[in-house]
Design a protein around this ligand. Structure first.
Ligand code: HEC
Ligand code: HEC
Ligand code: HEC
Ligand code: HEC
Ligand code: HEC
Ligand code: HEC
Ligand code: HEC
Length: 671
């Protein structure tokens, strides 16, 4: 990140023009300044000055100050690749979506705010400094881009500690040598991970705080990652690398990367042959391609890449064995067919099986996260046995955590499994196990989670604080109460520091509501929507609040707004469906619940509620067929079976009258 100057700006500002869905943007010079005329939040052309550049290769972005200390990256980026690679051009970061001012993703909206979304990774010693009363940022940094102190922490503190110590005495070494994997996770991880902020790092750069004191990493399960932990969304590297056998054996980032040049330690296969025997692995026998060709690169099969920001390919740091045999079932990509376009997963799986059969020490493919967590993700009856086998088979904390977070509907067996991990020695496992209990009623989760309110790791405390905020405290011991109060205070303080975010303010509202202070909660929601009228979290939670306060009409208004902004959000349709059903507007409710079930076909609850709503609407045949389909997809969801059973019993006397298909379904259930 640099100030925009002749030297730093790569793009064409020579009266260049870019047309995005018919709307023109012009990039031009004005003396020393770099300027852009583009669409503003009102949909009118406005001229802005470029303040900073962000990135260098393969793309560069440009930041504009829109007032109130807010820096926003333009949605147009410069493709810095060579002309012959297709580069040297302006492009839009959402080329296909027609992002207009009403869209939450529009460049001037809070989702794109640099101060919250980018600054802490792209500068050194970043402080966000948002003032809620003034509604402005006074963000600061010690250096643009990433300098020595990004990794080593404040040098001044190191010097002071040295000066203060007696000659020859040991001082606490704040200039971390970063030699061990743990250190590299804590320091590299804060920027090379997809994560949620727990609390801003303290003013000294938070160097003695670990990753889990400032951030909660996203676990590598279905969603941001593919079901087997492969990269899907832009998730950076740590969450992947921690899954690997290599990290389990203590291999570090710095074994492959020179942290001071960001370059690789060696080129091509040589990088891997630092540790892996060339006579075993760098051979056609191992990789069944001609040496030197594209298919014979270690990274081609073990670190496949995915492209982000239109032009920026990144490699999967799971360093895993390609598993085309699992691709069809889990919906996961594999590197073979990424190169061999047009070939099937089955073809690739057969080649791998053929080529690896009878190898010395013949490889038995291990149980992977993807295969093990699949039954839980899809609510199959073998979910618990499959997860148990996996948890027993691995000691890897992030894999265990991801497996636990794959639990969708916690059955008694699955809860028992999670309970067994609540006291795990690894904080990642504890916090993921705790998250499973969010589905339980507060009085049931309290005895299990209360101990974690005093956990030494902040990420764990923050996981349980909101889950325990509203509980009945009479049964707690005084020390438990103190621990809980401290965790909630700390959590509230962190939310207040992020009061620029509608999500934080919604979290605050939930705490206030839990404390019985509905008036303050309402105020927090209103501020949240003032800060970000497009916040899905705030709209949905405020709607829920209003419904609980008996303001059904206003609740619907909020949900309709959310629906217009996020037509694809299944949870919004679901919430609307329930609201309408309560108001006895059954046909409208059915429409919304149908959309929820359609948009999130893997959610058993949506399928169930949709089926029930159809039945309530008197559409018996449709209800039976939806529920029957849901039952075969989600055999572990007992409610679906009971509903079918009850409806068929009710319809028994009418059996000859209902459609043949319905009669068949009912006979199957109860011959
Ligand atoms: C979690 C830390 C993190 C956040 C938050 C983050 N970035 Fe990055 N960004 C990175 C890292 C690390 C890379 C290098 C590529 C990688 O790690 O895969 C990168 C690469 C880039 C690049 C590519 C150019 C280059 O030099 O590699 C651009 C442009 C960029 N980021 C812009 C942004 C913008 C704009 C935001 C905010 C909307 C943002 N980043 C938020 C960490 C982050
Ligand atoms: C991206 C993170 C990062 C940045 C930025 C960084 N370092 Fe380092 N530094 C490391 C890591 C990691 C090690 C340990 C390397 C190893 O063990 O192989 C290290 C080691 C060192 C060492 C120990 C001696 C050595 O070479 O092993 C010194 C001295 C050092 N860094 C100084 C600096 C200075 C000065 C800067 C700024 C010019 C800087 N570092 C920037 C990560 C970083
Ligand atoms: C304060 C945030 C921060 C920390 C800490 C950090 N990085 Fe980075 N790193 C970045 C950003 C941002 C980029 C993207 C380059 C840019 O635009 O500056 C990057 C780029 C890189 C790249 C080069 C990527 C490329 O595109 O070629 C490597 C490799 C890398 N970092 C490794 C490390 C390692 C190893 C550590 C820990 C020793 C580390 N980083 C610590 C923010 C960070
Ligand atoms: C610093 C040493 C080191 C380097 C460099 C290294 N590896 Fe490894 N690798 C290991 C160790 C240690 C293991 C774990 C062996 C074990 O547990 O049996 C491993 C295991 C693996 C595995 C087995 C994974 C599994 O799930 O069974 C693969 C694949 C692999 N490495 C690929 C690579 C590739 C590709 C590169 C280069 C990009 C590379 N390694 C570079 C040390 C290294
Ligand atoms: C064309 C794809 C392909 C390429 C290229 C490839 N591998 Fe593999 N690799 C595999 C497959 C498939 C397996 C699993 C079967 C096996 O263990 O032999 C595997 C397994 C491994 C393992 C785990 C072995 C074990 O017994 O656990 C390591 C280590 C490894 N590869 C390293 C490398 C290195 C180093 C390179 C580059 C010199 C490389 N691979 C290139 C496909 C490839
Ligand atoms: C086994 C070797 C190996 C290890 C260990 C490793 N990397 Fe990489 N990394 C690579 C290779 C190879 C690339 C691809 C470089 C390229 O294409 O120029 C890469 C690329 C990157 C990039 C560029 C963007 C991307 O994702 O492709 C970043 C950033 C990065 N690594 C960070 C890290 C961090 C942080 C760690 C430690 C958590 C780490 N790497 C551990 C081999 C490794
Ligand atoms: C980076 C791209 C790339 C990847 C990844 C890759 N291949 Fe290939 N593969 C090629 C190319 C290019 C050729 C043709 C040149 C040659 O024989 O090396 C080829 C040739 C082959 C052939 C022989 C010719 C044919 O089409 O029947 C087979 C079989 C094959 N690959 C299977 C696989 C399997 C299985 C995987 C995954 C484990 C894989 N490849 C991964 C690029 C790739």
């Amino acid at each position: 990140m640099e100030a925009a100057t002749e030297d730093s700006v790569l793009a064409d500002f020579n009266d260049a023009e870019f047309v995005y869905f018919g709307r023109k943007t012009r990039f031009f010079r004005d003396g020393q300044a770099f300027r852009v005329t583009t669409e503003n939040a009102q949909g009118r052309p406005e001229t802005f000055t470029i303040a900073y550049t962000l990135g260098y290769a393969p793309l560069q972005q440009y930041l504009v100050d829109i007032g109130g200390g807010r820096l926003q990256p333009l949605p147009f980026a410069w493709d810095a690749r060579e002309r012959r690679e297709g580069g040297h051009r302006w492009f839009h970061l959402y080329p296909k979506e027609n992002v207009a001012p009403k869209n939450p993703l529009f460049w001037m909206n809070p989702i794109q705010n640099w101060n919250h979304m980018c600054g802490d990774c792209h500068t050194t010693g970043f402080q966000k400094n948002f003032s809620g009363s003034a509604n402005r940022f006074d963000s600061g940094w010690s250096e643009l881009g990433n300098g020595c102190e990004s990794c080593h922490g404040a040098g001044s503190a190191h010097i002071e500690a040295r000066r203060a110590a007696a000659p020859g005495a040991r001082v606490e070494d704040r200039l971390r040598p970063l030699r061990t994997l743990r250190d590299q996770i804590d320091q590299c991880g804060v920027c090379h991970a997809r994560r949620v902020r727990l609390r801003e790092a303290s003013a000294d750069g938070g160097l003695r705080e670990t990753m889990l004191d400032t951030w909660r990493p996203q676990m590598p399960h279905d969603g941001l990652y593919f079901a087997d932990g492969q990269i899907r969304d832009e998730v950076f590297e740590i969450g992947s690398f921690l899954q690997s056998k290599m990290s389990a054996k203590g291999v570090r980032c710095a074994d492959c990367h020179d942290p001071h040049t960001a370059g690789l330690k060696a080129e091509g296969n040589t990088l891997c042959l630092q540790c892996h025997a060339p006579e075993t692995f760098d051979t056609t026998r191992h990789y069944f391609h001609q040496p030197g060709t594209a298919g014979a690169q270690c990274v081609a099969c073990h670190m496949p890449s995915r492209t982000y920001m239109v032009v920026d390919p990144r490699r999967d740091h799971r360093l895993a064995i390609p598993r085309p045999d699992l691709s069809d079932r889990l919906g996961t990509p594999n590197p073979c067919v990424q190169c061999h376009a047009g070939r099937s997963n089955t073809w690739a799986a057969q080649v791998v099986a053929r080529e690896t059969a009878g190898r010395p020490g013949a490889h038995e493919f291990p149980l992977t996260l993807g295969a093990a967590a699949w039954p839980a993700l899809r609510e199959q009856t073998d979910a618990a046995s499959s997860l148990r086998a996996f948890l027993d088979s691995t000691a890897n904390p992030i894999l265990k955590a991801a497996a636990l977070e794959s639990i969708r509907t916690p059955t008694t067996e699955l809860l028992a499994l999670a309970q067994g991990e609540l006291n795990a020695s690894e904080p990642l496992v504890r916090l993921s196990a705790a998250s499973v209990f969010a589905a339980l009623p507060p009085n049931e989760r309290t005895p299990l989670l209360i101990g974690l309110a005093r956990d030494p790791v902040r990420a764990v405390r923050f996981e349980v604080a909101p889950l325990l905020a509203g509980i009945d405290r009479t049964s707690l011991t005084s020390s438990q109460r103190e621990g809980l109060d401290a965790a909630i205070d700390e959590y509230r303080d962190a939310l207040n520091r992020d009061a620029d975010r509608a999500e934080s303010l919604s979290g605050l509202a939930a705490l206030q509501l839990a404390a019985g202070d509905a008036a303050s909660a309402r105020g927090s929601f209103e501020t949240a929507l003032k800060r970000d009228p497009t916040s899905l979290t705030a709209l949905v939670n405020f709607a829920d609040f209003r419904r609980a306060q008996g303001e059904e009409f206003l609740s619907e208004v909020l949900l309709r707004r959310a629906e217009a902004l996020y037509p694809e959000a299944a949870d919004v349709h679901y919430a609307l469906g329930l609201l309408l059903a309560r108001a006895k507007r059954i046909p409208d409710a059915v429409t919304e619940l149908a959309l929820a079930a359609q948009l999130a076909p893997d959610d058993s609850n949506y399928a169930y509620v949709y089926g029930v709503s159809l039945y309530t609407a008197g559409r018996v045949d449709a209800a039976l067929s939806v529920l029957a389909a849901a039952r075969s997809r989600f055999p572990a969801d007992a409610r679906i079976g009971s509903a079918l059973d009850a409806y068929c019993t009710e319809q028994r006397s009418r059996l000859p009258a209902i459609a043949r298909e319905s009669a068949r379904i009912c006979r199957e259930i109860n011959p």
